[in-house]
Write a protein that binds this ligand. Structure first.
Ligand SMILES: *[C@@H]1O[C@H](CO)[C@@H](O)[C@H](O)[C@H]1NC(C)=O
Ligand SMILES: *[C@@H]1O[C@H](CO)[C@@H](O)[C@H](O)[C@H]1NC(C)=O
Ligand SMILES: *[C@@H]1O[C@H](CO)[C@@H](O)[C@H](O)[C@H]1NC(C)=O
Ligand SMILES: *[C@@H]1O[C@H](CO)[C@@H](O)[C@H](O)[C@H]1NC(C)=O
Length: 458
């Protein structure tokens, strides 16, 4: 009898112990600001694509005057499916089209000007490039963005504030109401005519209307509000228009726009950048927590050129070669501490899982925190270190150092969605430690990886 009683107590106690240990530690509070759902989706795209196409494609220029005859616009075999397929083939999920560039020629039949495809010989004036891109993208499940140049060198009201802003907003409404469905990004630049320095763009009205018409859109401009210009057109987040502002109240991530060729528009004489240039751009944009907006200009036939498509494929396959194999996978990870202990759910080995929902978090009072990966006894050879924060919980890390077998390999600052350290040399090591030196509130790590880049100079 006594024995039975005691074993019942033991079972109850055991159950209680199991219940207690299955209780997760609460996640820490986010550190504000945090991205909106649309910004988060945008950030995870990493590479998006721009198609600069329009009157300039036919006049061999970058900035048209606005006086070109619409009769010049005549792509003989335009096929937006080919553009979109080339983007989809390299994993791109958002493509942006120049609906109107500075010369004012509209790729859709705008009802507010005569300077459009409707007056061109293409498809007997019945064509609509915006429609063709949207349909091609929808068919493959890609999202669409549009660039509508505020500077318009054709429109006669340009320079008269009220009249021109009315005209511009009428065109915005044509593009963003239901006609073309959901638009994921709208691209504004601040360019103005030399003769129109007095021209005021009613950004506040534009932004308000854009947000009203499209709930899931990101607005790109020099200063945001959703995505900001990185400050040049080389594809780098360099010293900056934009190192960002650590004390800023808004989440405004940078987008690095760069053309695969010298120019934004297609020119017969130009050729694509080399693979090594593109990889360098990748490390300095995506690898510095930016989204890379890569422009690939359709030619005057209305197709992407074969040499550009070939280079895109090489670029994609190089990224796959480098990042599809994570040399840290299967290593033993330990940390200076884990929030809630070993049952808390914020384990060090979470950094080896894919996905941003699981992450490592140290204890609140662990001010000198680190994680360390014990690799194989023979050591592992790598030259790229990948570090990622779960940015949906806010960007936290301000300074970090990576050690290999106790020696400093690289010292870095912020991390964000993705920080890639491409090392100048190959490292062979048995242990790699990421030490967080400074952070806003407790740092969190969603992923740490080691990679081998055979394209890097050794
Ligand atoms: C500016 O105005 C001058 C004088 O009217 C004209 O010659 C010139 O072409 C204009 N420049 C531009 C960029 O519109
Ligand atoms: C710009 O505004 C100033 C002051 O109102 C005026 O004197 C000047 O003529 C304007 N310039 C143009 C190009 O409209
Ligand atoms: C445009 O690219 C296609 C290949 O995709 C090619 O067949 C065509 O000749 C090119 N057009 C011009 C004008 O180079
Ligand atoms: C952090 O707090 C825990 C529990 O309060 C304590 O056991 C531990 O020693 C502290 N660690 C540091 C590094 O102060």
């Amino acid at each position: 009898m006594g024995n039975v009683w005691w074993s019942c107590v033991a079972v109850i106690l055991l159950e209680q112990a199991l219940l207690a240990s299955s209780k997760l530690a609460r996640p820490p509070l986010p550190v504000l600001p945090i991205p909106t759902a649309a910004q988060l989706k945008w950030q995870r795209r990493e590479i998006i694509m721009f198609f600069h196409f329009g009157m300039n494609t036919f006049t061999n220029s970058e900035w048209g005057t606005g006086h070109e005859s619409p009769s010049l616009f005549n792509p003989t075999n335009l096929d937006a499916n080919q553009w979109v397929a080339s983007a989809a083939d390299i994993g791109v999920s958002l493509v942006i089209l120049t609906a109107k560039h500075h010369d004012g020629f509209c790729l859709w039949p705008s009802a507010y000007t005569d300077h459009t495809v409707e007056k061109s010989p293409w498809k007997g004036g019945k064509g609509d490039v915006v429609r063709e891109l949207v349909d091609a993208a929808n068919a493959r499940g890609l999202d669409v963005g549009l660039y509508l140049s505020p500077w318009d060198r054709h429109e006669s009201s340009y320079g008269q504030d009220l009249e021109y802003n009315e005209f511009y907003m009428a065109q915005l409404q044509e593009l963003l109401t239901s006609r073309y469905g959901g638009i994921s990004e709208i691209w504004f630049d601040g360019a103005k005519g030399a003769n129109a320095t007095n021209m005021t763009y009613y950004f506040h009205d534009w932004f308000s209307m854009v947000k009203e018409l499209q709930s899931y859109i990101n607005i790109f401009s020099d200063a945001g509000p959703d995505v900001r210009w990185v400050g040049d057109e080389s594809g780098f987040d360099g010293s900056y228009l934009n190192t960002g502002d650590a004390r800023g109240a808004d989440w405004v991530p940078p987008e690095c726009d760069v053309s695969i060729r010298t120019g934004w528009f297609w020119h017969k004489s130009q050729t694509p950048k080399s693979l090594s240039q593109l990889l360098d751009i990748y490390y300095k944009s995506v690898g510095r927590n930016c989204v890379l907006l890569l422009n690939v200009p359709p030619n005057s036939t209305g197709l992407l050129s074969e040499i550009d498509i070939k280079r895109l494929k090489e670029f994609h396959s190089a990224i796959y070669t480098i990042f599809s194999k994570d040399l840290a996978k299967g290593s033993n990870v330990k940390a200076s501490s884990q929030r809630g202990g070993s049952g808390g759910g914020f384990l060090a080995e979470n950094v080896l899982n894919d996905g941003e929902l699981s992450y490592w978090a140290p204890k609140e009072n662990d001010t000198a925190c680190w994680i360390e990966m014990k690799l194989s006894d023979d050591g592992v050879r790598f030259n790229v270190i990948r570090i990622q924060e779960p940015i949906w919980m806010g960007q936290r890390i301000q300074r970090h150092t990576v050690y290999a077998d106790g020696k400093v390999v690289v010292q870095g600052t912020t991390v964000g969605h993705k920080r890639l350290h491409r090392l100048g040399k190959r490292i062979q090591a048995q242990t790699v430690r990421v030490q967080i030196i400074e952070s806003r509130n407790v740092p969190l790590l969603s992923s740490v990886g080691l990679h081998f880049d055979p394209f890097a100079a050794s």
